[in-house]
Design a protein around this ligand. Sequence first.
Ligand code: ZN
Length: 227
Amino acid sequence: MAAAMDHAAPGRDHDAEVDARKTRNALVTRDARETRDAPESRDTLDAQNDRDTLDALELEARPRPQSGAERAIWELAATVVDPEVPVLTIEDLGVLRGVTFATASGSVTVEITPTYSGCPAVDAMRDDIVGVLHGNGYDDVSVKVVLSPAWTTDWLSDEGRTKLEQYGIAAPGPRRSDGTVSLGLGIRCPRCGSMHTRQLSRFGSTSCKALYVCQRCQEPFDYFKEH
Ligand SMILES: [Zn+2]
């Protein structure tokens, strides 16, 4: 950068060249990011075909429906918790993806995207969703497991992150609007807040978590892995 500045005469040509370089760099950065953001597990044929038409919303946590029957059904489904981290609801996790209510037939479809495709918690969550809706007068309920786009820790709500910390599990890094992940940063101890922690095992109490230990307060803790 400094070398380029030294011999470049100020003027319009120079500005144009700088602009062209900035554009090239921006394109390179975007390509690199797109490559990095497409892990193999997400790279199914469906994802490839859908990518162009995918609404930006599709890649983010879903908002609650505004009103009506679907809002009411969403709120019931949103009371179901993750059996592995029972302080988190499937809404906190961003696992709850959609609710459809067919007015004529009265049938309900709930869409969920599990945190891992092999997550054994899926069956428990499915049973709980059906259970709570049956208990509230919805007799025809189906739960659809949607694997694409894949779940990401970005979908974890701010409230979910706070609950995780209070539960003693280090939350994954803060969401970033540009889609980058916080590589190389230490994991903060959820008990004393120290950044002096180290990983003991890639897997904690479940495969979704890693086991860490705090070098200040000596407490081992789970870290909810970012992915
Ligand atoms: Zn600590």
